[in-house]
Write a protein that binds this ligand. Structure first.
Ligand SMILES: Cc1ncc(COP(=O)(O)O)c(C=O)c1O
Length: 408
């Protein structure tokens, strides 16, 4: 059990009044709030240690470099990678997936296939569309059954033609968690490389990349109590060795001649230019913070909130909830619509009650086209949310319904 009241004290932003109501922040799938430990670490870095990394021999440069590289070890442990060579710092999940798709361009040829699912975020669709367009490979989609990934469809489409499988670990709309370990075994049997978008899973559950045996795994710092502008691409060393750098310039080179250059070894060959030092160090503080709470405890807390709120939401007449009804398959994301009220109007009405939810297509337009809805509202939970927050959401939905004369 989490001591949520103690946790909430670590997030001063939560303690505020919005539209005359105490803030209930339920937009965590978009970005989470940051604890004091992260804010103070970044502040301290700029106040005491700031210098460019890997370049200077002076004391500040050595301190900054040591902290930056220590973050790599913190991340390695956090996701149980084999080596820090396999931990690349990026801007976030989007950049990480773009890098993998760029690698795919070196591997794919006409007749090959890339297998993704209809529940993917645009970040795990468009880079593959581009890779396929440039190489003549085909982008193939797995569809849904009962609001979750259709495993039969996946099995049928996972043939020897598939060279990459790239799937969300947890959907940012349906809230379902995909069986990545099982799918990775299936992908490897046909010789495909397994790529996972961990943007919505890493903040909420223990990740063990060696146990999952995935080949690439991407996530963002800002969705897990860390700062914006920093993320991670994990890749198995054997693939990172084959992969060309995506960006070229300072920091990533070994020697530069007039007409050619050679690269540093892993992981630095991928990190061109001055990196986001404060971001990385802030991310390490976020990981320390989450690990102190415990990833299993975080997952259990969110499961408890979902088990509490889901039946209450289901009981609201006119409310349509998307995704699987099997709560064992779900993470802390619930997308819904109230009658034919536009989700933007719904989100605005909830905001009047102090409840912050997301409305729109959630960067998953193919999924919404498949579900045949233009947009949805979405509530998403994190470590600092309480059952009282759930009650407030339900209450605000009821009020909204009454305001619109309960005509749904
Ligand atoms: C499932 C999923 N993948 C990828 C992303 C992209 O993350 P970022 O914008 O941090 O690169 C998001 C962000 O909403 C997401 O939810």
């Amino acid at each position: 059990m989490l001591d949520v009241e103690a946790i909430r004290k670590d997030f001063p932003i939560l303690d505020q009044i919005v539209n005359d109501e105490p803030l209930v922040y339920l937009d965590n799938a978009a970005t989470t709030q940051k604890p004091l430990a992260v804010l103070e670490t970044i502040n301290r870095y700029y106040k005491q240690d700031n210098a460019n990394v890997h370049r200077g021999v002076h004391t500040l440069a050595e301190r900054a470099t040591a902290s930056y590289e220590a973050t790599r070890e913190t991340i390695r442990k956090f996701i149980n990678a084999d080596s820090t060579k396999e931990i690349l710092f990026t801007r976030g999940t989007t950049t990480s997936l773009n890098w993998v798709a760029r690698f795919a361009e070196e591997v794919l040829t006409e007749g090959d296939q890339v297998l993704i699912s209809i529940m993917e975020h645009h970040s795990n669709i468009i880079p593959w569309q581009e890779a396929c367009r440039k190489t003549g490979a085909e982008l193939v989609y797995v569809y849904l059954k009962d609001g979750a990934l259709d495993m039969e469809d996946l099995r049928a489409k996972l043939t020897g033609k598939v060279k990459f499988v790239s799937l969300a670990h947890a959907s940012n709309v349906l809230g379902v968690v995909n069986p990545i370990k099982e799918i990775t075994q299936m992908a490897h049997k046909v010789g495909a490389i397994m790529v996972v978008d961990g943007a919505q899973s890493t903040p909420h559950m223990k990740i063990d990349v060696q146990n999952l045996d995935v080949d690439f795994f991407a996530f963002s710092g800002h969705k897990m109590a860390g700062p914006t502008g920093i993320g991670v691409l994990y890749g198995k060393e054997k693939y990172l060795n084959q992969m060309s750098p995506v960006e070229f310039g300072g920091e990533m080179i070994d020697f530069v001649y007039e007409q050619s250059a050679s690269w540093k070894e892993l992981p630095w060959k991928f990190e061109a230019g001055t990196p986001n030092m404060a971001g990385a160090i802030g991310l390490a503080a976020a990981v320390d913070y989450l690990e102190k709470i415990g990833m299993d405890a975080i997952e259990a807390h969110e499961q408890e909130l979902i088990a509490y709120v889901y039946p209450k939401l289901q009981a609201i007449e006119g409310l349509t909830i998307y995704g699987s009804q099997d709560l064992a398959q779900r993470s802390g994301v619930i997308a819904f619509n109230l009658g034919d009220l536009h989700p933007h109007d719904l989100a605005t009405a909830l905001d009047y009650e102090g409840v912050a939810v997301r409305a729109g297509h959630h960067c998953a337009q193919p999924l919404l086209q498949y579900l045949d809805v233009p947009a949805t509202a979405r509530a998403s939970f994190y470590i600092y949310n309480t059952k009282a927050d759930c009650d407030k959401l339900v209450d605000a939905l009821q009020k909204t319904k009454e305001f619109f004369n309960g005509t749904f």
